[in-house]
Design a protein around this ligand. Structure first.
Ligand SMILES: Cc1ncc(COP(=O)(O)O)c(C=O)c1O
Length: 421
């Protein structure tokens, strides 16, 4: 009887989604929202199944999600977390605990990106070394990076793939080759992007991921760290769960460690850790999303291509180019960079007045942020491109909730604004 009831629930959820259109899961009333989860009965049923079966935390769905996602990217291990921010904290902390980073070391941060690339560095007693970006790729300027390495000898680089655009990982890895500089790829905006046929997130010592709502796949909130290193995987798992020794065997007493004698193993901790675990329900949701990731990326690429072609004739703005044999941008979103004669703020306000949601390119220039400007830091050079992008650029959505009609609407509204200047 119980199984019959379960099946009725699953069937009803399926029917509900068969009768539902995309507008029912659109996150808000924007005509063209900046992002939003693209999901259906498979994801919701997977979540319901967890709760009906008593699968709550760190059981099969999480293990499966770690295995499936790390396999998709081509890395040996995945350690799921509750956000991309916590993934960055875990990755940096694992390097500290494994002796590859010491408090006070410099960590390179591209000056234009999201705040959670810089805050974990400060929270762990490291110092951000802000390096300029390249205004065409919105990624770290690798010439500037070479100068910054010579000048300040950083021990780690946060290699961010901005808005889905892959950083030139061949050049980055050759810059660090033969040094002790660790590379953490922050791939929170770039699921499925590739550099020269190889998936980003598989080049550095670790890569970090976000599954927040607007990202290529979502678990609502969630993240992951990937690594090929046996040692880092163990440390990441220990740090994710309070700092408990991973060799924990369930033995109740008999542990003698620190100043404890004959103590309960479950409550014995070797490291100062965190609790950043992902619950089973989001992982189950993520497992279903992952099956659709390539198809969802194809929709992003189609939308981005249509925007690039549609805006090609607009000489007062620039955008990302089409993909080519080397660069596979997975288009987290679609940037528009205004030239000197166009006010970014006025143009973004105009688009918003027409129902098109916009965002600045993440945090503008990180070292100008109120939370960061008085914290320890080094700025390498004048961060000229970063400050130009801070003042002249914004992005709009190109995610799978948008179809040709919405994309054409964006193109027409942008043209209408530029014609009126
Ligand atoms: C580059 C980058 N790193 C880290 C994060 C943090 O991810 P989360 O929102 O899951 O904490 C984000 C968020 O979008 C991001 O864009």
């Amino acid at each position: 009887m119980k199984d019959i009831r379960k099946n009725i629930i699953y069937e009803n959820i399926k029917k509900y989604f068969e009768e539902t259109s995309i507008s029912d899961i659109k996150p808000n009333s924007w005509k063209v929202p900046i992002g939003g989860g693209f999901y259906g009965a498979d994801e919701v049923n997977a979540v319901v199944e967890c709760y009906l079966n008593g699968s709550l935390s760190i059981q099969e769905p999480v293990i499966e999600f770690e295995r499936n996602f790390s396999e998709y990217i081509g890395m040996k291990y995945g350690v799921a977390s509750n956000s991309g921010t916590s993934a960055n904290i875990l990755a940096l902390d694992a390097l500290i605990k494994n002796g590859k980073l010491n408090r006070g070391d410099y960590v390179v941060v591209p000056s234009t990106t999201f705040i959670s690339v810089a805050t974990p560095i400060l929270q762990l007693g490291l110092i951000p070394l802000y390096v300029d970006i390249d205004a065409y790729t919105l990624n770290l300027d690798l010439n500037e990076l070479e100068g910054a390495i010579k000048a300040h000898e950083p021990k780690c680089i946060m290699a961010v793939h901005t808005l889905g655009n892959p950083l030139n990982m061949d050049r980055l890895m050759s810059i660090v080759d033969g040094t002790d500089i660790q590379v953490i790829e922050d791939c929170c905006e770039a699921h499925g992007a590739e550099w020269d046929g190889k998936k980003i997130g598989s080049f550095g010592a670790m890569s970090t991921w976000s599954f927040y709502v607007a990202h290529h796949i979502t678990t609502a909130e969630g993240g992951m760290v990937l690594t090929n290193s046996d040692e880092l995987e163990i440390t990441l798992r220990e740090l994710r769960e309070f700092g408990r020794d991973k060799s924990y065997s369930g033995k109740r007493y008999g542990i003698t460690s620190g100043n404890l004698v004959d103590f309960d193993e479950r409550y014995t901790f070797d490291k100062v850790g965190w609790n950043f675990r992902m619950a089973d329900a989001p992982a189950a949701f993520g497992n279903q999303q992952l099956k659709k990731l390539d198809d969802m990326i194809d929709i992003r690429l189609k939308n981005a291509s249509r925007l690039i072609d549609g805006l090609f004739e607009c000489k007062m703005i620039s955008t990302f180019p089409h993909n080519n044999d080397v660069v596979k941008n997975s288009f987290y979103s679609f940037p528009i960079i205004c030239d000197n004669n166009v006010s970014r703020n006025d143009m973004a306000r105009f688009l918003e007045s027409k129902g098109i949601e916009t965002r600045s390119i993440m945090c503008g220039t990180l070292s100008d942020q109120p939370a960061l400007c008085d914290e320890p830091m080094v700025e390498y050079g004048g961060l000229v491109d970063s400050r130009m992008i801070r003042d002249k650029a914004f992005f709009v959505g190109c995610h799978p909730l948008l179809g040709d009609d919405e994309i054409d609407y964006v193109i027409n509204i942008v043209k209408e604004y530029l014609r009126g200047l």
